[in-house]
Write a protein that binds this ligand. Sequence first.
Ligand SMILES: *Cc1c(COP(=O)(O)O)cnc(C)c1O
Length: 433
Amino acid sequence: MRYRSTSQKAPLTSLRGAVLRGMAPDGGLYMPAEIARRSPEELEEFRSLPFTEVCFRIVKPFATPDVPEEILWQIVSEAINFPVKLVSLSPGLHVLELFHGPTLAFKDFGARFMARLMGYFVRGESRPLTVLVATSGDTGSAVAHGFLGVPGIRVVILYPSKRISEAQEKQFTTLGENITALEVSGTFDDCQRLVKQAFADEPLNKKAFLTSANSINIGRLLPQMFYHVAAYRQLPVASVPLIVSVPSGNFGNLTAGLFAKRIGLPVAKFIASTNANDVVPEYLRSGEFHPRPAQATYSNAMDVGNPNNFPRLLDLCRGRLEYVQKEIWGHGATDEETLAEMKAVWDRYRYISDPHTAVGILGWEAYKKEHPEPSQGLVLATAHAAKFAEVVEKAIGTAPPLPDRLAAYLKRPKLSLSMSSSYDDFKQFLLTH
Ligand SMILES: *Cc1c(COP(=O)(O)O)cnc(C)c1O
């Protein structure tokens, strides 16, 4: 598979080139040059083959010829070593739990796969590779754990000071080894800006071998197709359309859903479920895309004012609003609605949802109100409720049980370094460490 840029100017490149660069040299995002539709027979096989085999088959055309089959098999089986669980809240509403990986959030899929892919691509390099990542919460821990101890790679994580929960922070600031956390006095958008500026800084890139692990990296998106297929395997066969609600921030998750649809998954519509940072739902309504500063909410991993995968969404829909509207419906929820929904879901189904998943359920309910015809709803549950214990407690009156894994991190000392939001400070850090 060759990869092209959404900006159309950069030359085609290999998967290795796309993964190690992160962003294309013309400022665009890498896309597979083509996405082949699988045959109905193969899709049917996806329901019955072992899951590792299915993941391997899904990703193989995207990784050939860069990654030999036996290496790809190893990467897939090591990265996706935890279950995807489907929970049916009612006959027409299902929740796909994507949070059974090591950091209890769906980003483990992308991060674990990409780390192993990069590790393979940089074997034999003389300079260490520096992975830069800006996080609004969960990316940091998923990426840090994904890369922890991978030789030849160091990870620098930027996160907004005091804007993420202690549980989130402790998961990636306590690791040490090849993982450095920078606590930035600013917002997530500041962190994202610093990372973008570093990539655009040519003199810096001559000195340091930099790459990105944000959801702009195609190496993170490819494995996110896997769980859309996992849902297809587990959902009851139904004759009504399938509607998939995706709690969204940077829209990597939803982009991967569209990839999965392009290979043949029968999804009638995706719902872009956001919190108050509803730039994309707003675009779907008005046709105008107006990025704006991120606003802090309870579902903080989705506090994104300028979703970085938006160019990919547009590209997949040939740049036309009416095509985007055909595939995606949008809804933005307030914090009050999110809290009330967590309570309602608990009262109605005895299910504890984290605030992101609650935003997803709200999106589904809003969609149903406008489209009462029969359909089957699937909500992606992106984080374990225990990662947002304070919000859960506020909503339902009791805190969710703390998994042992999380409890262990909370006891460890934070090792992050403080940093201003000025680019000069950040550059200085990169050049001297
Ligand atoms: C990152 C994240 C999201 C948003 O995913 P995108 O791919 O950025 O849209 C949603 N929920 C949780 C818990 C996350 O960590």
